[in-house]
Design a protein around this ligand. Structure first.
Ligand SMILES: [Zn+2]
Length: 236
């Protein structure tokens, strides 16, 4: 009798136990399996979902370094000459961008021209950035006006002469009515303008092209309709 009872118990309960046990197993793997199915469905529900998922994963991976402390990129042409002698340093409050309106040139060729043709003390700008023709592409040349913190001769205004007195004149060699500045020039310009705007606390809305400088009194296309002012301002 006892044997029959044991046999009955085994027959009746072992399958139940097995089902319960495997049910638990299923429950344990339930979430995982559904996730797997969902993933499969998600990825197989069209090419767009696959391409949609991948960029998100990549974007997250790329976004991480933003939160890391990074050392600033060292400008290629930065030099001690960008920092004026503190004893004579002025408090500049705007930046005016120019083009040379010539295909080639350098600080010395512009200096010659301004002396000989305009009768000035020398190059009218504070900085000149070469385009690879007449001076290396992206080379930033610091003029005597910057070194001596002298009033510039680059942007005529009303009687106040505010732009020459208070705005830093940067000239890029090239004619941007016909072509855009090259990549190396723009990189150097961004580096220089970043340096100057931080040093003198010059906001983006105080960065002008010659022809949109407030109260400028010369009719000019400078710095040319192809000069990427929007890009420059967005890069500062
Ligand atoms: Zn100009």
């Amino acid at each position: 009798m006892a044997k029959r009872i044991i046999a009955f118990v085994l027959i009746a309960y072992v399958p139940v136990m097995l089902v319960m046990f495997s049910g638990c197993e299923e429950q344990q793997s339930y979430t995982a399996r559904i996730t797997g199915v969902e993933n499969i469905l998600h990825h197989s529900s069209g090419g767009s979902s696959v391409t949609y998922d991948k960029p998100i994963a990549k974007a997250k991976a790329k976004a991480r370094p933003v939160y890391k402390k990074t050392t600033p990129k060292k400008p290629k042409y930065s030099s001690a000459s960008w920092t004026p002698n503190r004893n004579i340093e002025k408090n500049w409050d705007a930046i005016v961008i120019h083009h040379s309106a010539t295909q080639k040139g350098s600080m010395s060729s512009i200096d010659r021209y301004h002396r000989n043709n305009n009768g000035w003390a020398g190059v009218g700008y504070n900085f000149v950035i070469g385009n690879g023709s007449g001076s290396p592409a992206g080379k930033v040349e610091t003029t005597f006006r910057w070194r001596q913190q002298r009033t510039g001769a680059h942007c005529k205004t009303d009687y106040t002469n505010w732009a020459n007195r208070n705005a830093i004149g940067i000239c890029l060699v090239g004619n941007f009515e016909t072509a855009r500045p090259n990549y190396k020039q723009m990189n150097s310009l961004v580096d220089l303008v970043q340096f100057l705007s931080r040093r003198y606390n010059i906001s983006v809305n105080r960065i002008y092209g010659h022809n949109d400088t407030p109260k400028h009194s010369t009719t000019t296309a400078c710095p040319g309709r192809k000069f990427p002012m929007t890009y420059l301002k967005a890069s500062i």
